[in-house]
Design a protein around this ligand. Structure first.
Ligand SMILES: [Ca+2]
Ligand SMILES: [Ca+2]
Ligand SMILES: [Ca+2]
Length: 250
């Protein structure tokens, strides 16, 4: 009897339920001691944070009929621990299910089996599969300064970028004339650029945005010009009225 009990649905639960299974709608009434066939062709299509699983139905013999499927999911092959909510997860009679809210680029171990009405359990169908990595680079553009602005006096210019990603932007680098001058890891992404006459000339700004996988995008160059007058005004010359008069007469 122990052997029969351990091959039943009640393997999942308490001994009391095991007894109930035998005396209730299980083998005690149906005489079904034959487990269902293993669910067939367990397969998955992967997304970055989801797996979509399908299988071919089990068949049952012995008289009680196929009842339902149970699935285990874990990130390790020992199924210890299970993914929360996915220890002997009851799938009913479904032939597909989706795991969502998963981690990117991660291996998942999946196993499932079928149960007949008498409580007999099939052996496991198993699958090891991966979620996808993030391969989409962020989008990024400079919203300040305005292209081709001419600065004629010393001031602080806000260089500001908008960056978006399908996952998360991890940093934005601000690059002037090919040299990275600042990195901002928290939105809003900006760099305060103090300009003086020492910056006179044409400058090309770009911004590069990164995501956690290192995917990156860079804006087109944004040119601005600094032209701050560095020559002091000439000293005013005091001219007397007499001098003006004599000049005028002459
Ligand atoms: Ca059966
Ligand atoms: Ca991305
Ligand atoms: Ca910031």
């Amino acid at each position: 009897m122990d052997h029969v009990c351990n091959n039943r649905e009640t393997e999942f639960t308490a001994p009391m339920d095991c007894a109930k299974g035998q005396s209730g709608s299980g083998a005690g009434e149906t005489g079904d001691l034959t487990p269902p066939s293993v669910p067939g062709s367990l397969s998955s299509t992967s997304e970055m944070r989801a797996l979509h699983l399908t299988w071919i139905p089990s068949t049952d013999s012995g008289g009680s009929g196929l009842d339902r499927y149970f699935m285990d999911v874990s990130t390790n092959s020992l199924f210890n621990p299970y993914l929360p909510g996915w220890a002997q997860h009851d799938l009913g009679a479904a032939l597909s299910t989706s795991l969502t809210g998963l981690s990117l680029n991660t291996t998942y171990f999946i196993r499932m089996r079928a149960k007949d009405v008498a409580g007999n359990l099939s052996t496991f169908a198993s699958l090891t599969t991966n979620t996808l990595a993030d391969q989409d680079p962020p989008t990024v553009f400079l919203i300040s300064p305005i292209a081709d602005t001419l600065y004629r006096s010393a001031l602080t210019v806000s260089v500001v970028a908008n960056a978006l990603d399908n996952e998360d932007v991890t940093k934005v680098c601000f690059i002037r004339n090919g040299v990275t001058v600042a990195t901002d890891t928290v939105a809003p992404y900006q760099f305060l650029w103090p300009i003086t006459a020492a910056d006179n000339g044409i400058h090309s700004w770009t911004a590069t945005a990164f995501d956690a996988m290192g995917n990156r995008s860079t804006t087109a160059g944004l040119p601005v010009t600094v032209n701050i007058d560095v020559l002091s005004p000439s000293t005013p010359v005091l001219i007397t009225l007499t001098e003006i008069a004599s000049t005028t007469v002459r």
